[in-house]
Design a protein. Structure first.
Length: 209
């Protein structure tokens, strides 16, 4: 049976761990931050710091945490120019999310915090619903809300292609601050944290209740 850990924090705000295969508490490396409350699931520990903000500690993972960032490049066909990034005022952004409601200019997309690193450059997704696309990755439709197809025809008034880039969590085995709700974290300090629950059938992976 693999060993498991019991976590606890002291009245001085220090965090300790006791292994089922050990006989003594081991203190986590103290970096000058005290914690008021901790909540733990396998490989993840969440805590409320003395500054009343939320922190996370990721440990013991053999598989890297990688998140895919996506951006859609949109163009419209114009009578003289052909397909162009000069869109109509009512169109979506040149670079947007999948439904066109959010500006996703790939030159302005930043990592959420210093806990992340880019894992490669922006690349074109050369598939559409499992179908291979041409080397330039464009898909075509009558208008932006319509269904996209790999082939261009006489009704193809707009086109788009998907850019993807992965980011990797690199702050393993260390405490990392979670972004506050407000720019000024003192506006809404946190007093408690809890994590756990049961998977929801048919829901997105990772959703717990």
């Amino acid at each position: 049976m693999p060993s498991t850990l019991l976590f606890a924090n002291s009245n001085e705000g220090r965090v300790y761990a006791l292994s089922t295969s050990g006989a003594a508490w081991r203190e986590f490396l103290y970096l000058g931050l005290e914690f008021k409350k901790i909540s733990v699931v396998p490989h993840f520990m969440w805590a409320i710091g003395g500054d009343r903000q939320v922190y996370v500690h990721v440990h013991g993972l053999d598989i890297p945490i990688r998140i895919k960032e996506e951006a859609y490049e949109n163009e419209r066909w114009l009578p003289i120019e052909g397909f162009s990034s000069r869109l109509l005022p009512t169109d979506r952004y040149h670079f947007s999310n999948v439904d066109g409601t959010v500006d996703r200019n790939i030159d302005k997309i930043r990592l959420p915090s210093m806990a992340w690193q880019w894992d490669g450059e922006w690349q074109l997704d050369l598939t559409l619903d499992g179908q291979p696309l041409d080397h330039d990755g464009w898909t075509y439709a009558v208008d932006f809300p319509a269904t996209y197809h790999p082939q261009k025809n006489w009704k193809s008034c707009v086109r788009r292609r998907k850019w993807v880039r992965f980011r990797r969590y690199c702050a393993l085995n260390s405490w990392c601050a979670v972004a506050p709700l407000h720019k000024d974290p003192t506006q809404e300090p946190f007093i408690d944290v809890a994590i756990n629950g049961s998977s929801v059938p048919g829901a997105a992976p990772g959703l717990l209740l």
